[in-house]
Design a protein around this ligand. Structure first.
Ligand SMILES: NC(=O)c1ccc[n+]([C@@H]2O[C@H](COP(=O)([O-])OP(=O)(O)OC[C@H]3O[C@@H](n4cnc5c(N)ncnc54)[C@H](O)[C@@H]3O)[C@@H](O)[C@H]2O)c1
Length: 256
């Protein structure tokens, strides 16, 4: 059900790959609430799929943006400025680590693997915020997706744990910098969701079962995460910045 919470808001979303992507559920929820959307995609192979989603959701701007590619970043934001003029919200739902670095022992991963995970999964938030800042409106909102592996050690989550810790610290530093312009920066800490990225983590089914078993509200679905994104994109969350909102049905607050 739509409450029109985001009518008139212009929002750019990074991280839609397929129907299972958290970013796709977020895009659907933001569109439902009346937002105008821009979608990025990583590489030609995702172009047609993301264009289909854009058609379905009425997104008027679709362009490639690999966060490690300076030329694509510049072109994306230049086209976005032409299309939207200004921006109210940016959703960062991007992460990557080499498959071998999401199994076995963390201590054994390569320096290259560690660099890639941190660059794509954490520093890219700063990079996107830097590119978006000149066109962001006062009262704007930037959000990212994180996981509890930032704070607690989970078997196999490995390199993504320190990357998420860095991402959450990035949120706080960006919030400090952009507070002056009344731009808020927050993270949503989501429960495990069966997506392409999550499926590369060895032992995902055990994680899902643990949440179902231990969380007071049970395992939460992706639409509950998307509704928190609506809240963070809307003016209802105007006093919240530099936060990590944990939306895990209470899992992280339980002992046994
Ligand atoms: N699925 C979960 O269990 C879970 C839980 C908590 C947090 N998260 C986080 O949610 C976010 C979205 O992941 P997801 O689970 O929806 O998986 P996903 O695979 O659908 O999304 C990951 C996205 O990152 C993009 N990406 C990777 N490298 C990129 C690059 N160099 N440039 C641009 N884009 C790039 C991919 O194209 C993809 O769209 C990630 O930050 C992830 O860590 C996921």
């Amino acid at each position: 059900m739509s409450n029109g919470l985001l009518s008139g808001k212009k929002i750019a979303i990074f991280g839609v790959a397929n129907k299972r992507s958290i970013a796709y559920s977020i895009a659907k929820a933001l569109a439902r609430e009346g937002a105008s959307l821009a979608l990025s995609y990583q590489g030609e192979r995702l172009k047609d799929t993301v264009q289909e989603f854009a058609d379905e959701l009425g997104a008027t701007y679709v362009a490639p943006c690999d966060v490690t590619d300076e030329a694509e970043l510049t072109a994306f934001f230049s086209g976005l400025k032409d299309e939207f003029g200004s921006l109210d919200c940016l959703v960062h739902s991007v992460a990557f680590a080499l498959k071998d670095d999401l199994r076995g022992r963390y201590i054994d991963i390569s320096r290259e693997g560690s660099k890639i995970a941190h660059d794509v999964s954490a520093d890219s938030l700063r990079v996107l915020a830097q590119a978006a800042e000149p066109m962001m409106n006062e009262g704007g909102s930037i959000m990212t997706l994180t996981y509890l592996g930032s704070t607690f050690a989970f078997p196999n989550y490995n390199v993504m744990g320190p990357a998420k810790a860095s991402l959450e610290a990035t949120v706080r530093y960006l919030a400090y910098d952009l507070g002056e312009k009344k731009i808020r920066v927050n993270a949503i800490s989501a429960p495990p969701v069966k997506t392409l990225a999550a499926r590369t983590i060895s032992g995902l089914s055990e994680m899902l079962a643990a949440y179902e078993d231990k969380a007071p509200l049970g395992l939460q679905d992706v639409d509950s995460v998307a509704d928190v994104a609506v809240f963070l994109a809307s003016d209802l969350s105007r006093s919240i910045t530099a936060e990590t909102l944990i939306c895990d049905g209470g899992y992280s607050r339980m002992g046994l």
